[in-house]
Design a protein around this ligand. Structure first.
Ligand code: CUA
Length: 157
């Protein structure tokens, strides 16, 4: 192996290293960009829920013929509003947040099931075709009252 070949190998190695660094930086910043976009849309200051127009009064709003939006606050150890009342045949988008600790929002017998993290708004949509009552449970351990943290969805005929 002469010096020329030896230098070439190092040059190639150095270039690979640089390409690797650039790829890491690019990939990393793309990831960061996505996270920041999410953050800007769905974060909320937990201590200011009472001043937030969506969550100061937890409620259900009709936004279309059969479409509703439910602004739900999960807090130790209740869900608000309770019950969440909607007519049968409606599509409901839930926006759920917490002012204190991590909770769960799980509608028994449906696939609505999410973690509720202070500072974030969990969003999911579900259809309720038939009248009935659905229990809401918290499935994240949140303290002494966790096991009694329940709510209800009442689908009226
Ligand atoms: Cu709230 Cu467990």
């Amino acid at each position: 192996m002469n010096i020329h070949t030896y230098e070439k190998i190092w040059l190639v190695a150095a270039l690979l290293l640089i390409v690797g660094f650039i790829a890491t930086i690019t990939y990393g910043s793309v990831g960061l960009g996505i996270a920041m976009i999410d953050d800007s849309e769905e974060t909320i200051e937990p201590s200011e829920l009472s001043e937030d127009e969506r969550f100061s009064e937890p409620r259900v709003e009709q936004v279309g013929e059969n479409e509703y939006e439910a602004y739900v606050v999960a807090r130790t150890f209740i869900f608000q509003p309770d019950p969440i009342e909607i007519p049968a045949g409606s599509e409901v988008t839930f926006y759920v947040t917490s002012p204190d600790v991590i909770h769960g929002f799980s509608v028994v017998g449906t696939n609505v099931n999410t973690m509720v993290i202070p500072g974030e708004v969990s969003t999911m949509t579900a259809e309720f075709d038939e009248a009935g009552e659905y229990g809401i449970v918290c499935n994240e351990y949140c303290g002494s009252g966790h096991h009694n943290m329940e709510g209800q969805i009442v689908v009226v005929p």
